[in-house]
Design a protein around this ligand. Structure first.
Ligand SMILES: NC(=O)c1ccc[n+]([C@@H]2O[C@H](COP(=O)([O-])OP(=O)(O)OC[C@H]3O[C@@H](n4cnc5c(N)ncnc54)[C@H](OP(=O)(O)O)[C@@H]3O)[C@@H](O)[C@H]2O)c1
Length: 296
């Protein structure tokens, strides 16, 4: 089977299509034929050697949407459409391969209302968004500011929080992103970081410390900084750095929302996996209103 590997850290040009041995699923694992994946920032940060990295050579990729070819004998059977996410960072192996074996409890049935290509945009970004919002504690009627609201995690977080009854505002990097985020249900969207204050909760997906945006006694979560801003200390703010957890159960929550028409998935570009270098460059250029999808 083919897979995307790197034999050293570097730019997109180190991504290579390689012939790899097919995995043999262990007990409790599901073997999935990959139909699509998407590119996440962790993929390029890992490739570039910006994060604590595992040794090369390694197989890349975090998201997966595909068809079960061998079930776990319990929850999943051949032919099931499924999604999952995997931590290449901690395991040194990823999902950009033709066949992938994964523990069944990390897998969910794919949404029925969208293609597997669209479903491939959901796992990592969706889990991050829903778990970060769980950490913030969604309270109907409260105000939430999402930093990086046009991004993959930000765009899903806006929709999830609006759906939960919060009044959601967004900060984006470009004027062209404003209408798209308003279209996700945000109350207001701005490109100006100044003048943002008084929010009950702030979710930072852009790596922008804006501690003044949260009210005293509010909540502040960042997924894009290694620490919370020092300026939050002494203000009674419940502040945390959040790290995503793999979870079939949380994926199933997200799938239900997609199938209920309450969570919209966004694709900016499709690329066959043989175009992995060009696809990665497109993703890293930024300014996207949706995910870059890889098809297998
Ligand atoms: N902690 C975890 O477990 C975890 C999990 C998933 C992701 N992450 C991290 O979270 C971040 C977001 O992930 P993602 O998948 O949502 O990435 P993404 O799709 O690239 O979204 C990031 C968004 O932030 C925007 N942004 C950047 N600088 C900005 C600024 N100065 N003002 C306003 N918006 C700005 C970007 O806009 P442009 O595109 O216009 O630059 C983009 O819309 C990444 O750093 C990723 O590594 C962490």
């Amino acid at each position: 089977m083919r897979g995307v590997t790197i034999d050293r850290h570097g730019g997109p040009e180190v991504l290579t299509l390689t012939e790899l041995p097919e995995p043999v699923p262990a007990a409790g694992q599901v073997l999935i034929r990959t139909v699509a994946s998407s590119i996440n920032p962790v993929d390029w940060k890992t490739r570039a050697g910006l994060l604590p990295t595992v040794p090369t050579p390694m197989v890349m990729g975090s998201d997966l949407a595909g068809i079960v070819v061998r079930g776990d004998g319990r929850y999943f059977a051949p032919g099931d459409r499924v999604i999952t996410t995997w931590s290449q960072l901690t395991t040194g192996t990823g999902t950009w391969v033709g066949l992938f074996a994964v523990p069944a409890d990390l897998v969910a049935r794919a949404p029925e209302s969208v293609s597997l290509t669209e479903a491939a945009t959901l796992p990592l970004a969706g889990l991050t968004a829903v778990q970060a919002l769980d950490r913030l504690g969604l309270v109907r009627g409260e105000t939430l500011l999402v930093l990086g609201a046009a991004g993959a995690v930000g765009g899903l977080a806006v929709q999830l929080a609006v759906d939960a009854g919060m009044a959601v505002d967004g900060l984006v990097s470009r004027e062209a992103q404003v209408p798209a985020v308003l279209g996700l249900g945000a109350r207001s969207v701005t490109t100006r970081a100044s003048g943002l204050h008084g929010y009950d909760a702030v979710l930072d997906t852009a790596g922008l410390p804006i501690p003044g945006a949260v009210r005293n006694g509010g909540r502040y979560v960042t997924i894009a900084q290694p620490t919370v801003p020092d300026q939050l200390a002494g203000r009674g703010v419940d502040a945390a750095v959040h790290y995503v957890r793999q979870s079939g159960t949380d994926l199933t929550r997200l799938v239900a929302l997609v199938d209920a028409g309450r969570l919209r998935l966004r694709i900016a570009a499709h690329h066959p996996v043989r175009e992995i270098v060009a696809a990665s460059r497109a993703m890293e250029a930024g300014g996207l209103l949706g995910k870059v999808v890889l098809t297998f």
